[in-house]
Design a protein around this ligand. Structure first.
Ligand code: SAM
Length: 283
């Protein structure tokens, strides 16, 4: 077991700091303060982070922590904590660890008994989800699908039955092929393609996969794909007894038979005339 009280314990800490995904005004005051006050910032790409730091007049020591030597580099960051340093981890954009390096060092630091504290900020997947218009109650963030077609199709087949919203990151040069694979494996579902989030050309393209495919060859920039989950079968549609019982319940609640039939047809997406016929056949 491991219990951490972030604002009470005074342990050396690894801060996981989210940085902007485009719009620089989205670096929070708390993130700026932490980046100024830690002893070292470990960055996925030091050149990229240096630009961000100089924009905010932050002069903290910067070291590299990228995915190519993540294990080795994680040991180095742990040693910095053991020596009593406070360390911040950043990636090129958004949250470290979210399709970005950081998992390995975070686990190592927790196992060694030091604190890991998140500093909130921008994240492409959540921005796309909340503006997609698709259900947000439950969702699965998948990250990047495999680029190789056969492997991508296998991954999509595993996701096919999932009934909640799916989220993917994708590169612009692969989006067309990925959407075609999705249409053939998942069917022509509703999607939202969220592009260039928080930037000047931010755009949301909402529609079926086929509709989006019609215009996608002109789309560039960074993108998140939000895909409707599998629609659950409405058992009532295939069971006339359930539908008749519902009509009877509405009539008992005070609706006329015509109103009750209309309401049940609308609720279950079935034909009003067919329901009307069934209702009068049985009564
Ligand atoms: N750590 C990041 C986060 O928290 O969102 C994600 C990093 S991942 C390496 C980069 C991918 O995130 C891009 O290929 C794109 O799919 C998505 N992404 C990042 N910034 C974006 C933006 N401004 N608009 C749309 N998608 C973005």
């Amino acid at each position: 077991m491991n219990r951490q009280k972030s604002f009470i314990d005074e342990k050396p800490t690894l801060y996981i700091v989210a940085t902007p995904i485009g719009n620089l005004t989205e670096l929070t005051p708390r993130a700026i303060e932490v980046l100024r006050e830690v002893d070292v910032i470990a960055a996925e790409d030091t050149r990229n982070t240096r630009k961000l730091l100089s924009h905010f007049d932050i002069h903290t020591k910067l070291i590299a922590h990228h995915q190519y030597n993540e294990n080795e580099s994680a040991q180095g960051l742990l040693q910095l904590l053991e020596e009593g340093n406070q360390v911040a981890l950043v990636s090129d954009a958004g949250y470290p660890l979210i399709s970005d390096p950081g998992q390995c060092v975070t686990q190592l630091v927790i196992e060694a008994g030091y604190a890991v504290v998140p500093i909130s900020g921008a994240n492409a997947m959540l921005n796309a989800l909340v503006a997609s218009g698709l259900p947000t109650q439950s969702f699965l963030f998948y990250g990047f699908l495999k680029p190789k077609e056969t492997m991508q199709i296998q991954e999509l087949q595993k996701l096919k039955e999932y009934p909640h919203t799916l989220l993917f990151y994708e590169a612009p040069h692969r989006i067309q092929k990925t959407l075609q694979n999705m249409r053939s494996v998942l069917g022509d579902r509703n999607i939202c393609l969220a592009r260039e989030l928080t930037k000047r050309y931010e755009e949301f393209i909402r529609g079926t996969i086929s509709e989006v495919l019609e215009i996608i060859d002109k789309c560039k920039g960074e993108m998140v794909l939000v895909v409707e989950g599998k629609k659950l079968e409405d058992e009532a549609i295939n069971d006339p007894d359930i539908l008749m019982q519902k009509i009877a319940d509405y009539i008992e609640a005070g609706l006329s038979s015509k109103e009750a039939i209309k309401k049940v047809a609308k609720e279950h997406g079935c034909s009003k005339n067919e329901l009307y016929r069934q209702y009068h056949e049985q009564s």
